[in-house]
Design a protein around this ligand. Sequence first.
Ligand code: ADP
Ligand code: ASP
Ligand code: MG
Length: 445
Amino acid sequence: MKFGGTSVGDVAAFERVFHIVSTQIDKHPVVIVSAMTKVTDALLNAFDIAKKGDFAGAFASLEPHFERHTEVSKHFIPAGASNLFDTELEFARGELSDLLMRTTRRSLPLSMLKDAIVSYGEQLSSRLLAEVLKAKGVKARHVDSRRLIVTDDEFGAAQPIWEETRDLVRLELQPLVSGGEVPIMGGFIAGNRAGETTTLGRGGSDYSAALVAAALEASELQIWTDVTGVMTCDPRICGEARTIPVLSYEEAAELAYFGAKVLHPKTIKPAVDHHIPVRVCNTFEPSETGTMVLAHSGEAPNTIKSIAHKKNITILRITSARMLGAYGFMSAVFQVFDRHRTVIDVISTSEVSVALTLDNSESIEKVVEDLRRLGDVDVESGYAVICVVGEGLRASTGLAAKIFSTLADVNIALVSHGASSVNLTFVVREGVVADVIKKLHKEFF
Ligand code: ADP
Ligand code: ASP
Ligand code: MG
């Protein structure tokens, strides 16, 4: 059972988590929890302040968030009883103070310090949840994820090393679970082989949960969040969004990748590989079934399941007339992205030109510089990718026509269709994205 940040935001949220966990004790759950809402952002912000040299400002900015933890612990843990969490929080304060000071002095590599700092979101939420559950009579036990999820050294976006992780998770968790205990672990945080703290990338708690589920061959992976499952589009954009009862893994992966942040894209992988059904459910409506993600959705083809979108997209167009009729152009282009470890989202090509989109603007300048050696490069920012997902979209007749005729008055900057059987993806200006989604939603749902 994985609980996201919004599911552990305050006292009421912890109460809901307790109820959900306690009704499933007989299924022998393992609980993975994200940082309390806004805490990850606050820690990253504190790191940025410290980087600019302001240690006092950085540390002070965290105080309201320490307070939020204390409020929850005070509420659930009776006064007078020894409060293990308060001791942990004091310890964390000291460690964070030390790490922020090191950041101002740059006495360790910044990427390493950043992960160490940001990990306190999950370190604290998981210890807090364990103590709250114990106070309420659940046989909970905190387990430090940094000892079980083993990754490479890529701080900020570390890759788990599967065999080692699997063996450690089994070794440590199986005896607890069989002994009737409920392990509570922080998501998102891990450790490299040297024992240094790493993180799996934003939204990575889903990934941690999938790894643990796969290692233990769980019968189900439950992702508990603040909406009832994966919906026909982002409910924040369109109030008419509805829950999708069943999705295939492939559909869910496309949706997650193109911005439906309700599921982390990588979540899908360990679960697919191990045939573990994933259920996305709502902490606020625990009796609703939410969305089941299965190997195959088995539903009628030709239907659109959902519309995902991702903003802050840049389009690059590379044209090289001298490559006309020569091979090796695409390969040269891709090598540039490979060198700068930059992910391409959407791509469309002709013989001498390539248009593609990126959402990672950090490395764009260097990428463009290298691409200019191959031809003319045109860079345009301020776009959004819209991805229409449904099993069998490629094979269906008339669907693309219907989509684009709905958008007859919208300028489409780029289209990609046919590479995957489940999606049709196109790019529009960021300013019109909400309007486009509402129109499509009205037409198809
Ligand atoms: P958590 O903290 O539980 O991990 P996230 O904020 O990562 O939650 O993901 C849940 C949010 O994803 C929802 O509040 C919703 O606004 C957003 N979202 C975007 N697209 C979709 C979609 N298609 N279906 C459901 N939620 C979506
Ligand atoms: N707390 C981390 C984040 O906000 C991980 C997660 O919530 O999944 O990115
Ligand atoms: Mg999330």
